[in-house]
Write a protein that binds this ligand. Structure first.
Ligand SMILES: N[C@@H](CCC(=O)N[C@@H](CS)C(=O)NCC(=O)O)C(=O)O
Length: 230
């Protein structure tokens, strides 16, 4: 059975959705990142990047959420576009765009807006601008098609869903005014039974929610350099 290393946050959510959509049996293994469990030697042997999610499928170990989506899609043959060069090119382009653009810019926008110390005006402006620009490209694609790759629901929509749930936290309360097509996709996926089962996973374990000093130390290890210099 697949072992799924999980925390209730955007990147693991994409994988939870795929596992549920594909009806794949899996064992949920909580990794409480606010307690620093991502840094344990047992976990970094699986994911050297010390972040969630990761999966272990027999002898196959996969980390990085979009790599996991592609692995599971290829393993099951589900939620992939038609196997033509044109369709595959679009799938890879948008999947990597979510991995290298949506995820990192949204994550840094959240970090600087909600967690970084002052002064931060420059960083908030840069990451808010870039996160908005990236989400605008997703919205434009969804204004032309029902789903990211056209007429059928795919792994790319699942990758988008993971982060779309957090759009108001990333971009502010008015964000949906400018992203109506992302909101349409989010609402449609949220109504799917698999998405509801994926959401419910967070209540199977009591994860730490406080972002206290200990959580900041394990989640923002870069701050130790500032403390040492002051
Ligand atoms: N590129 C990675 C990023 C993973 C990532 O940043 N995961 C977050 C949760 S969404 C995490 O585990 N954060 C804990 C930490 O940064 O220590 C992926 O897509 O899987």
């Amino acid at each position: 059975m697949i072992k799924f290393y999980y925390h209730p946050s955007p990147n693991p959510a994409k994988v939870a959705l795929f596992l549920e959509e594909a009806n794949l049996p899996y064992e949920l293994i909580p990794v409480d990142t606010r307690k620093g469990e991502q840094h344990s030697p047992e976990y970094t042997a699986i994911n050297p990047n010390a972040k969630t999610p990761a999966i272990v499928d027999g002898s196959a170990v996969v980390f990085d959420s979009n790599a996991i989506l592609l692995y599971l899609a290829e393993k099951t043959g589900k939620f992939l576009p038609k196997n033509t060069p044109e369709q595959r090119a679009q799938m890879l382009s948008w999947l990597m765009f979510v991995a290298t653009g949506i995820g990192p810019y949204s994550g840094q926008a959240v970090h600087f807006k909600h967690f970084a110390p002052e002064p931060k005006t420059y960083a908030v402006n840069r990451y808010d601008f870039e996160a908005q620009r990236h989400w605008g490209l997703i919205d434009a694609q969804l204004s032309k098609h029902q789903y990211m790759l056209g007429d059928s629901y795919s792994l790319v929509d699942m990758a988008v869903w993971g982060w779309a749930r957090a759009v108001p936290f990333i971009l502010g309360d008015k964000a949906w005014d400018n992203l109506p097509n992302v909101k349409r996709l989010l609402d449609e996926i949220n109504a799917r039974p698999a998405a509801q089962r994926a959401e419910a996973l967070k209540s199977r374990h009591t994860f730490k929610t406080e972002m206290d000093e200990d959580a900041r130390r394990v989640m923002f290890p870069q701050n130790a350099r500032l403390d040492a210099a002051s």
